[in-house]
Design a binder for this molecule. Structure first.
Ligand code: NAP
Length: 461
């Protein structure tokens, strides 16, 4: 009987698990949104404000007191006030002594102040325990409940216990705390909401620059040249023909640019005979945005597929086909099927399809939801081995497309190569160097270097 009742006791809800009162300084947008969410999660909330008049914007169940009175009611105080007003806290230093102050502030510019706002708060109130949190969550997301995409809350602070208390609140609100370490990390956390696609900048500018260059290159060779020398007006090429030339070229070049920094890194490591020296900054940055380069390449490849699929619908193509049929009828002569051409065209299409399939596979495995579910070896297998295979297929697709045209002088309008020829330079260079790198006499020392071996160790005994 006793045993049973003790089991029942263990299953009964813990009624002593009452939430501690939380104080919020500031009844502005963020203070109100956070207070509302906290009340929903069972926290009694007391506001510290310059005006104790209750406005109907403030959550119903919250109390509004003066800063000093409110601070006395809670061990945790969330400072929902802009940094430039922090001075008003100094006279409250005694009341705030030993309390956990949560700095949620953001700035208007990256590295706006020499120290982070949280460090500044800690300097103003050395007796308080400052924790940085919540600054990456917006008042709007808190209010509208659209936190699905940004459940992570970065937390940092020098006092471990204070940090734990704040992380418990974060969890109770249904969010995920991510411990970023000491208060030194606050600057980085404060810069985070101000960054605008940092990893995408270089890939996007590079893609825009190359696309513009190739577009005008094609315009000159396919439209202007034809107009001047053949008196044909092919200006409608701007809509589909030229984009369908630029897209595959961009896809191939960008895919090669994903693998080029790895090749550079291997050459640098072989040359230096160590992996313990930093790569040049440009190479580091390039390596960090390989995923973005690959995703843009995939976007170009997908556009190429769509442009190609609509080809039979084009008036120009139907006209060319009917022109061919009529000329055969007029000459009373049927062109026999050229078996070599049929082979070339089928191989060209097959290589394109295989290359695109692997391209899509690379794109899918780079998504966090997928990459988090594969181990490092599996991820490397897909991104490196299958990635190189995709590069081989796509390069071969372009080489077969060019076929005999590489040696035909009429392919060089104004003595300039066609853009698919230009697009082959980087991929071929990457594949040739990679081929050299996998030779055992090169691969063996490179693997040793990557495992920590040094040609001239600095710290030898
Ligand atoms: P806000 O709407 O302008 O509210 C700021 C509050 O600070 C005011 O309502 C006021 O509250 C108090 N205040 C203003 N001047 C003061 C002074 N001289 N002395 C003392 N208190 C003063 O701003 P907010 O959008 O809530 O942002 C507050 C903080 O949260 C900022 O540091 C911001 O960077 C950060 N934050 C905001 C968001 C967001 O989505 N809004 C997201 C992340 C972080 P009382 O009238 O009650 O005194």
């Amino acid at each position: 009987m006793n045993k049973n009742s003790s089991n029942i006791m263990a299953l009964a809800p813990n009624t002593s698990n009452k939430r501690e009162t939380v104080c919020i300084f500031g009844t502005g947008d963020f203070g109100r949104a956070l207070g509302h969410k906290m009340i929903q999660s069972g926290y009694p909330v007391v506001y510290g404000s310059r005006s104790t008049q209750i406005s109907n914007l403030i959550p119903k169940d919250a109390e509004v007191l003066s800063h000093a009175e409110a601070a006395q009611k809670a061990a945790i105080i969330i400072i929902a006030i802009q940094r430039q007003h922090y001075n008003f806290l100094v006279p409250l230093a005694e009341i705030l002594h030993g309390k956990v102050l949560v700095d949620i502030s953001n700035n208007l510019k990256l590295n706006q102040y020499p120290e982070s706002n949280a460090e500044y708060l800690a300097q103003l109130l050395p007796g308080s325990r400052v924790v940085k949190a919540f600054n990456t969550v917006s008042a709007w997301a808190l209010q509208s409940g659209t936190l699905d995409a940004s459940r992570q809350v970065f937390v940092c602070g020098d006092d471990v216990e204070a940090k734990q208390m704040v992380m418990n609140i974060v969890r109770a609100l249904g969010l995920t705390p991510l411990d970023k370490g000491s208060l030194l990390a606050a600057q980085e956390i404060e810069n985070y909401p101000l960054q605008l696609f940092p990893m995408w900048k270089f890939p996007i500018f590079l893609s825009l620059g190359l696309t513009t260059f190739f577009f005008f290159y094609c315009l000159a060779l396919d439209v202007i040249y034809t107009y001047i020398y053949e008196k044909n007006n092919f200006s409608f090429f701007i809509a589909i023909t030229i984009p369908n030339r630029v897209c595959p070229v961009m896809a191939l070049i960008l895919l090669a640019l994903v693998y080029l920094p790895g090749v550079f890194a291997a050459i640098i490591q072989l040359y230096r005979g160590t992996k313990y020296r930093r790569f040049p900054d440009w190479l580091d940055k390039w390596m960090l945005c390989r995923k973005q380069l690959g995703l843009i390449a995939l976007a170009f490849a997908s556009l190429h597929v769509v442009f190609t699929l609509v080809t039979p619908l084009r008036a120009f193509v139907s006209w060319r086909i009917s022109k061919g049929i009529i000329s055969q009828a007029l000459n009373n002569k049927t062109e026999p099927l050229n078996n070599t051409n049929a082979w070339i065209s089928d191989c060209y299409l097959a290589l394109g399809i295989l290359g695109f399939f692997l391209f899509v596979l690379l794109g899918i495995t780079s998504l966090p939801s997928v990459s988090n579910n594969v181990n490092w070896r599996e991820f490397r297998f897909v991104q490196s081995k299958l990635g190189y295979l995709a590069l081989i297929f796509c390069t071969a697709h372009t080489l077969v497309y060019g076929g005999k045209w590489f040696l035909n002088p009429s392919a060089y309008k104004w003595y300039l190569p066609n853009i698919y020829m230009l697009s082959l330079v980087i991929p071929c260079a990457v594949l040739v160097v990679k081929f050299v790198l996998i030779f055992p006499c090169v691969d063996k020392p490179l693997t040793q270097i990557r495992q920590g071996w040094e040609r001239n160790p600095k710290h030898s005994e």
